[in-house]
Design a protein around this ligand. Structure first.
Ligand SMILES: [Zn+2]
Ligand SMILES: [Zn+2]
Ligand SMILES: [Zn+2]
Length: 478
């Protein structure tokens, strides 16, 4: 196949990709389990075809691939859309020129094709083009590079996250063995310093938070969840009366991150998608669907900022545990509402919000979200939504927040830390409940302990979080 053919086969997709967000969604797919599965499948196929050939070169391939990946730096890749497109085309042409020289050009050709794939807006499609157009030996090499690259990025995550100044790391902890003797590990948060009882270990702001629907538009800030004291300090949304803010800063942040996309503009037309989503939250008394809409809008916003951060919002939540939920009518409706509310403003998102992804995201909120206790009035009566959240607070809950680091915290009925909202907003602090030594695993309580018996606690935890609590308190007081 001539260079012009490969280029021609890809031009159509490049043109589509010029619509900004497409690039973003594909980079999501690249780190998506679904895409990795496909990748694996493709690689398997290629491996089967090339088994004999590959065995001969297997050892050499791994060494080559490692060498190649080590030599490629992030700085090698252009950042602007136009420059990336040009770079991609150059690599494709160079790759093809190299492999037409025969086997001695294969390795270098594979490097070019791999580089093109790294910047190409729709890598999955390009892989399919490769499969049809480049020699199988080269294809296998490219796939090995891609798969090792994805794996490396995965492994590197926990070496750079959480940031050192948070005084915790994410560790793999033993959790018994399976029936056939396989070790089971789970992730948990480990202290990297000693702390005395009462000291704050770290604080973090949420990825996203949401008010209980009944409080929306009243006394609480739609952005930071703070109680607004005094009518005069209340900042209304500039385009609706459905939400309020505690400050201009919160109003601006909300507008740029998600509210411009989700604002109802006080429309009278109940069929307008933003209004339909708002009404659904109020009528069903559920805040998670709207929180997910905010999350998706924020994720897109973050990407358009092009901050150069290696891991984006989606990367942060990808590794988190989630509750498996079976799709019901409610979820079907929620998916349709989100697609409609976001679809018109964010091209490509409708395909992104498929059933599997929505259920996983919702499952992550259900498993990881913390109840927010920011009300200054301890006696406040709030109509609680039926959605799970981790909370042991005595005060009323005004909403829930979804946190990058604290989501890794495990439960204990006698935890060594507690959750605090020191500034009465959605910034969550983890405070040592007793002395904590470096290397200790940190725990919080997911449920209120109170006067529950072991059996009752285990039942409550199993119902909401589907695990049997094996904490020291449960194990010793049967
Ligand atoms: Zn605020
Ligand atoms: Zn508004
Ligand atoms: Zn327990």
């Amino acid at each position: 196949m001539k260079t012009s053919h490969i280029v021609a086969a890809t031009v159509g997709t490049v043109a589509v990709a010029a619509v900004g967000y497409a690039l973003y969604f594909d980079s999501k797919r690249r780190s998506d389990p679904e895409f990795r599965r496909k990748l694996k499948k493709e690689r398997k196929r290629a491996q089967k075809q090339q088994k004999e050939e590959e065995q001969k070169i297997a050892a050499k391939t791994t060494a080559t691939v490692e060498e190649v990946l080590a030599s490629i730096k992030d700085e090698d890749f252009p950042t602007s859309m136009e420059a990336r497109e040009k770079f991609c085309m150059e690599q494709l042409s160079a790759g093809e020129a190299l492999f037409t020289r025969g086997p001695e050009g294969y390795e270098m050709a594979a490097v070019c094709f791999f580089k093109a794939l790294k910047v190409y807006p729709a890598p999955a499609e390009l892989v399919m083009v490769y499969q049809k157009t480049i020699p199988p030996e080269v294809f296998t090499l490219v796939m090995s590079m891609l798969s090792m690259d994805v794996q490396k990025k995965q492994e590197k995550y926990f070496t750079v996250f959480p940031p050192k100044e948070m005084n915790v790391k994410i560790g793999e902890l033993p959790e018994g063995v399976t029936a056939d003797g396989q070790k089971v590990v789970r992730r948990g948060l480990i202290a990297t310093k000693d702390f005395a009882a009462g000291e704050t270990i770290y604080s973090e702001t949420p990825i996203i938070s949401g008010l209980e629907p009944s409080l929306e538009g009243g006394e609480f800030c739609h952005y930071c969840m703070k109680q607004i004291v005094g009518e005069e300090t209340k900042v209304p949304c500039s385009t609706c009366t459905k939400v309020v803010f505690c400050s201009e800063t919160c109003e601006k942040s909300a507008a740029t991150e998600f509210h411009t996309v989700l604002c109802t503009h006080d429309t009278e037309d109940a069929s307008r998608p933003e209004r339909a989503l708002f009404d659904y939250s109020k009528d069903s008394n559920r805040k998670y669907p709207e929180m997910l809409a905010k999350f998706l809008a924020k994720m897109v916003h973050e990407e358009t900022l092009n901050t150069g951060e290696e891991y984006n919002l989606f990367d942060h939540i990808e590794r988190l545990r989630y509750l498996e939920i079976r799709p019901s009518e409610a979820e079907e409706k929620e998916i349709a509402l989100l697609k409609a509310a976001l679809g018109a403003k964010i091209p490509g998102i409708e395909e992104f919000i498929n059933e599997e992804r929505y259920l996983t995201l919702k499952g992550k909120l259900l498993y990881n979200a913390y109840g927010l206790s920011t009300s200054l009035d301890a006696e406040r009566n709030v109509e609680a939504s039926p959605e799970n959240n981790r909370s042991v607070h005595d005060g009323p809950l005004v909403g829930a927040g979804f946190y990058r680091v604290t989501s890794y915290m495990s439960h204990s009925c006698e935890p060594n830390t507690k959750v605090a909202f020191a500034e009465h907003d959605n910034k969550l602090s983890i405070v040592a409940a007793r002395d904590v030594k470096v290397g200790d695993e940190l725990h919080v309580g997911f449920i209120k302990n109170g006067t529950l018996t072991t059996e009752e606690r285990r039942q409550a935890l199993f119902q909401d979080y589907r695990f049997k609590c094996m904490c020291p308190m449960c194990e010793t007081t049967d």
